[in-house]
Design a protein around this ligand. Structure first.
Ligand code: ADP
Ligand code: MG
Length: 326
C-alpha cells in the first residue's frame, strides 16, 4: 500500500476525430510501485506512449481514475499540475529534447531554474548529477557537438537533477546503437534502485536484461504483465513478427500451436539475467547459433523443455532457428 506510486483503474483513452473514434487505451487497471525498473513493450500503435503520457500528466484520460501517491489526479488544481510536471516527473524522450545551443551544464541547470531552491543547492545538485551520469569532463561543451549517446545522458541528467519521484522514458535508446543503449539502460537501472523508472522500449533484449517487470501492450490493452526475479532464465520464442516470453512448457506449446508459420520456423532466445553482477552481454547475432532440421514438433517441445529446465546458462544465448518439419 505505502509502496504504491501510481494506480490506474479502468482507464480509457479514446481519441475522437470527426465521426471516427480510436480507443488508444482500453480498460487499463494497473499499479506501479515506488521503485524498480519497468519496461513497456508492444508493437507500434499499441498505446505505449499514450500510457506513459498519462502517467506524465501530458495527456488526460477519457474515463477511469488515476491516483498518484493515493491522490486522485482529477482533483489536481493548475498549481498541483505545475508541481507535478516540474518536480515529480523526470521525462526522457527518444529525440533527447536538449537545447543544442547551450552547454551540458546549462541544459541541466534549466530543470532547476523553475524550482524554488537556492543557488548553492542548485550547484551542489548539478555537480552530483554530472558525476553520477559521467558528464563532468564535458560539462562546458555545447550540446550540438555531442554524440547521440552523450545527448541522451544529458537528457537523463536533466531529468534526474530535480530529484523527481519517477523517471519516465519513451524509447530512450530508439536512436542509439547497441553500446550506447547499454550505457543508458545501466544508468536507468541504477536510478531505479531509488525511484521507479518506467521505460517504453522496442529492445526486447535490454528489457529482459534490466527490467524487474515487463508490461506488454497490444491494441490498447495490457496483454501481459510479468514480474521477473533477479536471477532467472528467460525464454523468448519468435515466429515471424510475433514474439513472446514464455515461462513454462505449456506456454511454449500454446505459442507453437497458435503460431503456425509457412516454414515452421521458430526462434528461441534464452537469457539468464544476473542483475547483481551486470555481465558483459553479447548481441544475439554474435552468439552461438545452430540449426536443427527435421525435428518433429514433439522434439522441439522436448528440447525447449530441457532448455527451460537448465539452470547454468550464462549470457544471452541463442538457441538458434529450429526448423520443424512435420
Ligand atoms: P505506441 O506508442 O505504442 O506506438 P501510441 O500510444 O502512440 O502507440 O498510439 C496508440 C494509438 O492511438 C494509435 O493508434 C495512434 O494512432 C493513436 N493516437 C495517438 N495519439 C493520437 C492523437 N493525438 N490523436 C488521435 N489518435 C492518436
Ligand atoms: Mg510510442
Amino acid at each position: 500500500m505505502g509502496d504504491r506510486m501510481f494506480r490506474l483503474s479502468n482507464v480509457y483513452k479514446i481519441y475522437i476525430q470527426g465521426e471516427q473514434s480510436l480507443t488508444a487505451l482500453s480498460d487499463i487497471s494497473i499499479e506501479f510501485q515506488k521503485r524498480g525498473f519497468v519496461s513497456i513493450t508492444g508493437e507500434s500503435g499499441s498505446g505505449k506512449t499514450t500510457l506513459l503520457n498519462i502517467l506524465a500528466g501530458f495527456d488526460t484520460i477519457s474515463q477511469g481514475k488515476v491516483h498518484f501517491d493515493d491522490v486522485d489526479v482529477s482533483t489536481y488544481s493548475e498549481d498541483d499540475w505545475n508541481t507535478y510536471y516540474c518536480e515529480n516527473v523526470g521525462f526522457v524522450f527518444q529525440e533527447y529534447n536538449v537545447i543544442e545551443q547551450l552547454s551540458v551544464e546549462e541544459n541541466i541547470k534549466l530543470a532547476l531554474d523553475i524550482l524554488n531552491i537556492d543557488d548553492e543547492t542548485k550547484n551542489k545538485r548539478i555537480e552530483e548529477v554530472l558525476i553520477k551520469i559521467g558528464l563532468s569532463d564535458i560539462k562546458d561543451k555545447q550540446v550540438s557537438r555531442l554524440s547521440g549517446g552523450q545527448k541522451q545522458r544529458v537528457a537523463i541528467a536533466r531529468a534526474c537533477v530535480k530529484h523527481p519521484k519517477v523517471i519516465l522514458a519513451d524509447e530512450p535508446t530508439g536512436n542509439l546503437d547497441y553500446d550506447n543503449s547499454i550505457k543508458i539502460f545501466e544508468m536507468l537501472k541504477e536510478i531505479s534502485r531509488d525511484i521507479p523508472v518506467i521505460v517504453v522500449t522496442h529492445n526486447n533484449h535490454m528489457a529482459y536484461k534490466y527490467s524487474d517487470r515487463i508490461i506488454r501492450m497490444a491494441d490498447g490493452l495490457i496483454v501481459r504483465d510479468t514480474f521477473l526475479d533477479n536471477k532467472k532464465i528467460e525464454l523468448t520464442i519468435t515466429s515471424g513478427d510475433s514474439s513472446e516470453v514464455i515461462h513454462d512448457y505449456d506456454e511454449l506449446s500454446v505459442f507453437v500451436l497458435s503460431h503456425p508459420n509457412e516454414k515452421n520456423e521458430y526462434r528461441v532466445n534464452v537469457l539468464k539475467r544476473e542483475l547483481d553482477e551486470i555481465e558483459e552481454i553479447r548481441e544475439p547475432r554474435d552468439s552461438h547459433d545452430y540449426t536443427k532440421k527435421n525435428l518433429s514438433k514433439k522434439s522441439i517441445l522436448k528440447l525447449s523443455k530441457k532448455v527451460l529446465e537448465m539452470r547454468k546458462i550464462r549470457y544471452i544465448m541463442s538457441i538458434g532457428v529450429f526448423a520443424i518439419t512435420t
